[in-house]
Ligand binder design. Structure first.
Ligand code: FAD
Ligand code: NAD
Length: 399
């Protein structure tokens, strides 16, 4: 009898945990498992604001896939997914094709622009290792250039973050924390540097605990960050941003963080989707497809209590992966499938240095206790992926 082919697309939080669980739950003779990813390394997206601002080496946010998965048990293909041909049960890659009996799609997210023109041309919007490296190098270049241009233009030292969601806040937290070091290193007077966070909604971190939002804003303002709230960006140009109010802010650096949509592969492959995310069945399969599971940022899951989608997070991607792996195994072994129910443990966001904010269970956390919790969450993921060895090798010091 032919072994079923399981193909997993994307080695992010969802793909890696699914792969690692399936290699444990299915024997060599029961299935052949293939993981496809753009790079031969896995990166922790949730850490990327740090290398982007230059407060952590990018090397700390990635690891070779063969260092965490046993490639005797799973085949790894380094390639770019181009399209899923559902009728033919095939995945088209840049350099070939793969046939599947069961497919797991964990291709993550892409930047959402809500139609604002100029983002891809003039802003940094890639939350990947390569994207983070580019932002860091660009920021340092702006500092280096400032004293070497006779005009000493203000826009060289103006840094705009578009969107005061968690990504924008965590990034400006790191950058504002690093600012004194950058100014000293490049002989730039601190008062010359302008940092803006521009947010369309009536508050930063819409929907989050107001007391914690105030704590974060006060802290960031004390480091020189200026918030422009209720202030949608309507265009990004070569010279800066145009606001809905008609004002322009000139800047050479615009970091885009106004939210995400699911991988463009989803829509390209003809799935019915909302902002690139497929509203999954309770067992995480794509509606009408018995053989395709969708996990992580490509999946849309409604929180019935408030009738709104759960925000796409690593926390949910990892939990989906556990259920997805179980359900793929269940289909192969003719067992019954599990229903996915997220167990939201809380939200913690770093603010640079030893500062953070968070809600864990019913508890609000500020400052160093939130920072401790944030590092423990980062380490917990490493533990789930590679056990205590991976935490010892690659974990963060929570103190
Ligand atoms: P990802 O982890 O993004 O992985 C997708 C993988 O697919 C990547 O390895 C990518 O290279 C690969 N890929 C993509 N396209 C292709 C292709 N065409 N071909 C081949 N491979 C491809 N969530 C939290 O819960 N807590 C946090 O603290 C948190 N912090 C965040 C901080 C930042 C700066 C950002 C940007 C996000 C943060 N998030 C956080 C959200 C979280 O990172 C995502 O929800 C999570 O990464 C989704 O996991 P995933 O497996 O769906 O995709
Ligand atoms: P988001 O959707 O959470 O926030 C984007 C923000 O941009 C919103 O506040 C929105 O009002 C604003 N915005 C949209 N269009 C705008 C415009 N034209 N001009 C100005 N502002 C505009 O997106 P995100 O911060 O990128 O986060 C993506 C996902 O990752 C979310 O689910 C988030 O919860 C998760 N995340 C979690 C953490 C954490 O838990 N620590 C950190 C980062 C990201």
């Amino acid at each position: 009898l032919k072994k079923p082919n399981i193909v997993i697309l994307g080695a992010g939080y969802g793909g890696m945990i699914t792969a690692s669980r399936l290699t444990k739950q299915l024997g060599h003779n029961e299935a052949s498992i293939t993981l496809v990813n753009k790079h031969d390394y896995h990166y922790q997206t949730t850490w990327l604001h740090e290398p982007a601002a230059g407060t952590l080496s990018p090397e700390r946010t990635r690891m070779p896939i063969n260092s965490v998965l046993d490639l005797n048990k799973i085949k790894f293909v380094k390639d770019i997914v181009v399209e899923i041909k559902r009728d033919e049960k095939k995945v088209v890659l840049e350099n070939g094709e793969l046939e599947y009996d069961y497919l797991v799609v964990g291709l993550g997210a892409e930047a959402e622009t809500f139609g604002v023109p100029g983002v891809f041309e003039h802003a940094f919007s890639k939350w990947t290792v390569n994207g983070a490296r580019e932002v860091k190098e660009h920021i340092e270049y702006m500092f280096a250039k400032y004293n070497n241009t006779p005009e000493k233009k203000d826009e060289l030292l103006t840094f705009i973050v578009a969107g005061a969601g968690f990504t924008g806040i965590e990034f400006i937290g790191e950058l504002s924390h690093r600012l004194p070091e950058l100014c000293a290193r490049y002989d730039v007077p601190r008062e010359k540097v302008k940092m803006y966070v521009i947010e369309a909604a009536p508050t930063a971190l819409p929907g989050f605990d107001p007391e914690l939002v105030e704590y974060a804003m006060n802290l960031l303002e004390s480091r020189g960050v200026e918030f422009k709230i209720n202030c949608p960006i309507k265009e990004v140009t070569e010279s800066g941003v145009l606001l809905a109010s008609g004002d322009e802010i000139k800047a050479e650096t615009i970091v885009w963080a106004t939210g995400v949509r699911g991988s463009s592969i989803i829509e390209k492959s003809g799935f019915e989707a909302m902002r690139g995310r497929i509203k999954v069945d309770p067992d995480l399969r794509a509606p009408g497809h018995e053989d395709i599971f969708i996990i992580g940022d490509c999946a849309l899951l409604i929180n019935e209590e408030i009738n709104r989608p759960y925000p796409p997070t690593a926390q949910i991607a990892m939990q989906m992966a556990e259920v997805c792996a179980n359900n793929v195994k269940a289909l192969i072994k003719n067992e019954s499938l599990k229903t996915f129910k997220p167990d939201i443990k809380g939200t913690v966001a770093s603010l640079g240095g030893k500062e953070a904010i968070g809600v864990v269970g019913a508890r609000k956390l500020f400052g160093s206790s939130a920072n401790f919790m944030k590092k423990m969450i980062d380490n917990r993921y490493l533990f789930l992926l590679g056990g205590p060895g991976l935490v010892l090798k690659r974990g963060k010091n929570p103190l």
